[in-house]
Design a protein around this ligand. Structure first.
Ligand code: F0G
Length: 396
C-alpha cells in the first residue's frame, strides 16, 4: 500500500498515507510518500502516459495526473487541477554558445498556469487537502508558492492564507496572490522567519502546503517523467536545477530513484543544484565536505525566490545528489544577471532564480567540471513576467 514514511531510512517509521503529519513523530525528520510498484510493465505504462497526452479530459490533460501510476490515487471529484504540466523543452542556442556547451535544453516550468513549477506540486497538495476536507490552506513563501496556492485554493473552493517576508517578494507575485483572493500576512524578516512563524502558530485549522508537505513533492517529481519522455527516454547527462528550500531538487531525486527502482530507466542524470552565492548553505556544506548544514541567518540575493538561509529539505536533496552522483555549486548575483539576460535574448525568458542554472552551467563548463559535449537539461522554474521590476531596473 502506498503510505507515508520517515525520509530517514535509519528511522524507518511508517504511517497511513492520509495521516495529517508534517514531520516524523518518532525522529522529527521530514516524511515522504512510499509509492507501490506499478502493476504493469514500464513499457506499457510509458505508452499509456504518451496516449493520455492526446486527451482533453481534465485528468489526463494534466501533465501531473497523466502519470498517476506513480502517484497517490484519488477519485475524480477530489482532483484539483488546471491542466498544469505538459511544458515544452526548448533548445538553448545563444545560451549554449554563451555557456560554452553543445547540447543544452531548457525544461520551462515557468510556462505553467500561475507561471512557476509550484503548480505541479500544488495540484497534488491541494488534491490531498480536498480529500481531507480542509477549509483553509496556508504557506510561507518568497512569492511563487503563494501565487500557486492562492490559485489552486480558489479552484478547490478553499480559503488561502500566505505568509510573505515584507518587501521581499516581487510585486508581480504578491499581485497574483491578491488577485486569486488569498489573505496575505506580511512577516518582518526572511522567508525562513515566515516559515517558522507559520509552523509555530500550530493552528490545527490550517493545512500546510510548503514543500515539506510530501504531497507537493509527488506532483513536482512528475516534471522529470515528462522531461525523460521528451528525450524519448534517452537519459541526459546532467539535470541542473536552482536550489532554495530544496524541495524541487528533492522531488527530482525521488523521481529518478523511483524510475530506476521500477525499471523505467537503467541509469540516471547527475543532479546539479545551483544556489545564489548570498544564500548558499548547501553549496557551503558541499564544499566543506561536512555532514551538517549550517543555516545562514541573513541570506541575500537579487534572486528573491531563493533568498533562503535554512532549507528544510536539504537532507532529501543531498540523498538525490548522492544517488545520481551529482554536485552543488553557487553563482554570484552578477552571474545570475548576465545569465538571465542571455536567456531573454535567446527568446525564452525566465525569472532571476531560474537563471542560476545557466550561470552554473557556464561556470562548471569553464572549470572543466562538466563536459562541453554532455547533454544538459536545465530547469527554468519561473516565468520572465514574475519579476518585472528586476528587468526594468537592470535595463535602466
Ligand atoms: N525557482 C523559483 C522561481 C522559486 O520560486 C523557488 C522557490 C525555487 C527556484 C527554489 O525551489 O525551494 O524547491 O529549492 N520558491 C519558494 C516560494 C520558496 O515560496 O515560492 P526550492
Amino acid at each position: 500500500m502506498t503510505h507515508l514514511r520517515c525520509s530517514i531510512a535509519d528511522c524507518g517509521a511508517k504511517f497511513d498515507l492520509h495521516d495529517r503529519l508534517l514531520a516524523c513523530p518518532a525522529c522529527g525528520e521530514l516524511l515522504e510518500i512510499a509509492i507501490d510498484p506499478p502493476e504493469s510493465e514500464p513499457s506499457l505504462i510509458k505508452n499509456l502516459w504518451r496516449e493520455r497526452r492526446l486527451s482533453f479530459h481534465p485528468r489526463y490533460s494534466s501533465g501531473v495526473w497523466r502519470f498517476r501510476e506513480l502517484l497517490p490515487q484519488y477519485s475524480e471529484h477530489h482532483i484539483v487541477t488546471m491542466s498544469e504540466g505538459n511544458t515544452p523543452l526548448v533548445e538553448g542556442r545563444k545560451t549554449a554558445d554563451w555557456a560554452g556547451v553543445r547540447h543544452l535544453w531548457f525544461k520551462h516550468l515557468g510556462w505553467n498556469p500561475t507561471g512557476s513549477f509550484k503548480d505541479l506540486g500544488m495540484t497534488a497538495g491541494m488534491t490531498e487537502a480536498k480529500f481531507l476536507g480542509v477549509s483553509t490552506v496556508a504557506c510561507a513563501s518568497t512569492g511563487n508558492t503563494a501565487a500557486s496556492l492562492a490559485a489552486y485554493a480558489a479552484r478547490g473552493g478553499m480559503k488561502a492564507r500566505v505568509y510573505l517576508p515584507t518587501g521581499q517578494a516581487s510585486a508581480n507575485k504578491l499581485a497574483q496572490a491578491l488577485d486569486f483572493g488569498a489573505e496575505v500576512v506580511q512577516i518582518q524578516g526572511s522567508f525562513d522567519t515566515a516559515l517558522d512563524a507559520l509552523l509555530e502558530a500550530e493552528d490545527e485549522n490550517l493545512y500546510f502546503l510548503n514543500s515539506i508537505n510530501p504531497f507537493r513533492i509527488e506532483g513536482q517529481k512528475t516534471a522529470m517523467y515528462e522531461l525523460l519522455e521528451q528525450f524519448d527516454w534517452k537519459i541526459p547527462d546532467y539535470l541542473v536545477v536552482p536550489g532554495g528550500n530544496l524541495g524541487n531538487s528533492s522531488a527530482f531525486g525521488k523521481a529518478f530513484m523511483e524510475l530506476k527502482k521500477f525499471g523505467f530507466i537503467d541509469h540516471v542524470p547527475k543532479i546539479v543544484i545551483v544556489q545564489a552565492a548570498g544564500a548558499n548553505p548547501l553549496a557551503r556544506l558541499w564544499r566543506s565536505g561536512g555532514k551538517d548544514l549550517q543555516a545562514m541567518a541573513e541570506p541575500e540575493t537579487v534572486a528573491t525566490a531563493i533568498r533562503i538561509g535554512n532549507p528544510r529539505s536539504w537532507k532529501k536533496a543531498v540523498a538525490g545528489i548522492a544517488f545520481t552522483g551529482g554536485l552543488v555549486t553557487d553563482v554570484t548575483d552578477e552571474e545570475i544577471g548576465e545569465a538571465k539576460s542571455m536567456i531573454g535574448r535567446d527568446g525564452i525568458g525566465c525569472e532571476p532564480a531560474s537563471a542560476t542554472t545557466l550561470a552554473g552551467i557556464r561556470k562548471l563548463a569553464s572549470e572543466g567540471r562538466i563536459d562541453r559535449d554532455a547533454t544538459i537539461a536545465a530547469v527554468l522554474t519561473g516565468h520572465a513576467l514574475k519579476d518585472t521590476d528586476y528587468i526594468i531596473k537592470s535595463h535602466s
